[in-house]
Design a protein around this ligand. Structure first.
Ligand SMILES: NC(=O)c1ccc[n+]([C@@H]2O[C@H](COP(=O)([O-])OP(=O)(O)OC[C@H]3O[C@@H](n4cnc5c(N)ncnc54)[C@H](OP(=O)(O)O)[C@@H]3O)[C@@H](O)[C@H]2O)c1
Length: 332
């Protein structure tokens, strides 16, 4: 079936400015870490992508190693782009990254200029693109001078292989240094991609302030804690869930009795707000105007449609904030 995008796709999505840049991103972005590999069903991931674009999600987040096998998510996304979405390329922001193990030997990992430049060339080939919109360094490298890694990002942007540069998983002090180097090089950092959810709140201790001061966007990944911040694990581990899947990064032993108790209480609170827990977990992140977008995953199109309901209410009363902090043990 030939894809024609929903003509009303821009009506219900909110677009937030990415820091103090010229770029706006949808408040909900789609990540292709899981569910787009060669182990996944093509019809299903095609539908997820169509559902995203039809609902105003213009931003798609990839990395060299997404799959499995590594590289297959970029290949599959590239095929869908060619077959379905080629005419919409200028309505899309496509991101990729390098920083984790991708190929054998000393040049397929971490943060050298050799690795970053070669990896992006491979990513562009896999996706069939001339350029990506955002290229990230995926994680800090303790052994490569930060100057070298940032010079690689600067080079890539100057070559036109990426329009913007981003950082991921950098802690506040190293993010500050990287941001300063990029600024001096003349390629400002656009965005930071940290792990952030109700269960993982380190960004509140400094990173969000640094980004705000520097005018840099923030796009939290795994905002649903890989699905734990939904009602799905309350009655056991469903067979089709990430925790049950062989290739899933969420492991059964991460779903502890303590977590389940918090999930159950949060679920109740969400109900009082007229939301499901998945909606509340996302709107709780989006309540902060320093956040540009929440970067969700989805294993089915209906799930993505469901997550988008978070946009209906991103306001929290003080009482609700206090109650959430109490449940999470952050009220001391
Ligand atoms: N920069 C980095 O280091 C880094 C690391 C990790 C991820 N990321 C990026 O962040 C993206 C999102 O990460 P994530 O997939 O872990 O995000 P997430 O949104 O926390 O988890 C997504 C998973 O939660 C479940 N789910 C989603 N919506 C649901 C709903 N409405 N109701 C019930 N369950 C729902 C699905 O799992 P089931 O399979 O159980 O249905 C789905 O695959 C990745 O794709 C990637 O682009 C970046």
């Amino acid at each position: 079936m030939h894809y024609i995008a929903n003509s009303a796709r821009y009506q219900n999505m909110e677009y937030r400015r990415c820091g103090r840049s010229g770029l706006k991103l949808p408040a909900v972005s789609l990540g292709l870490w899981h569910n787009f590999g060669n182990v996944d069903a093509p019809d299903n991931y095609r539908n997820i992508l169509w559902t995203a674009f039809n609902n105003g999600i213009t931003h798609f987040d990839l990395a060299n190693n997404y799959g499995p096998p590594p590289g297959s998510a970029e290949e599959n996304f590239g095929r869908l782009l060619r077959e379905d979405l080629a005419s919409y390329r200028d309505e899309m922001i496509i991101s990729t990254k390098a920083g984790y193990t991708m190929w054998k030997g000393p040049y397929g990992d971490w943060g050298s200029k050799k690795y970053l430049v070669s990896s992006l060339d491979q990513s562009l080939k896999r996706m069939g693109l001339d350029y990506v919109d955002i290229f990230y360094h995926h994680r800090p490298d303790p052994d490569t001078p930060l100057e070298e890694t940032m010079m690689a990002l600067d080079l890539i942007v100057r070559q036109g292989k990426a329009l913007y540069a981003g950082l991921s998983n950098y802690k506040p002090a190293e993010a500050s240094r990287a941001i300063k180097i990029l600024k001096e090089l003349g390629t400002p950092c656009l965005i930071h991609q940290p792990k952030y959810s109700m269960f993982e709140r380190w960004v509140e201790e400094g990173l969000l302030d640094v980004l705000d001061e520097e005018g840099i966007g923030c796009i939290p990944f795994s905002p649903l804690a890989q699905g734990m911040l939904t009602d799905k694990y309350l009655k056991g581990i469903p067979e089709d869930s990430r925790a049950a899947r062989e290739h899933g990064f969420l492991k059964k032993d991460q779903i502890t009795p303590e977590k389940l108790q918090q999930i159950s209480q949060l679920n109740q609170l969400a109900g009082q707000r007229g939301q499901k827990l998945a909606h509340m977990a996302l709107s709780w992140i989006l309540k902060d105007k320093r956040i540009t977008s929440v970067l969700v995953g989805a294993s089915r199109p209906e799930q993505l449609e469901d997550s988008l309901k978070c946009l209906a209410n991103t306001h929290f009363d003080d009482d609700e904030i206090i109650a959430i902090n109490r449940i999470l043990g952050n009220d001391l």
